[in-house]
Design a binder for this molecule. Structure first.
Ligand SMILES: [Zn+2]
Length: 109
């Protein structure tokens, strides 16, 4: 599984936790979150939570070379500015994590 897929799951779980009232579902989400965090590099997790406090979507998809968080154009050199986690990048405008849909990556660049 790609790192961005893990991070996306983590984000979806955290978003669901904000509104989830069912105790056993909350427990399930929390234990899945622990598992997801364990599979991601610590610096990615730490940064994610810092961003998540500020933005509702800390991880967004790059949409045709545009950040889906701030809707500004990403430099075409962005592909080269990847994190250690090769499939997660950072928007230089808003700092959000961005990922490229690998199946469509060829169409974007
Ligand atoms: Zn952005």
């Amino acid at each position: 599984m790609h790192a961005y897929e893990l991070l996306l799951k983590l984000q979806n779980h955290e978003i669901e936790l904000k509104t989830q009232k069912n105790k056993s579902k909350i427990d399930d989400l929390n234990s899945e979150i622990i598992l997801l965090k364990a599979q991601l590099p610590t610096e990615i997790v730490t940064r994610f939570y810092r961003l998540f406090k500020r933005y509702e979507n800390a991880l967004v998809r790059a949409n045709g070379g545009v950040c889906n968080g701030c809707f500004l154009n990403l430099p075409s050199s962005q592909a080269a500015v990847m994190n250690k986690c090769s499939d997660i990048s950072t928007c230089q405008h808003c700092g959000r994590f961005i990922y490229y849909d690998t199946e469509k990556a060829n169409a974007i660049f």
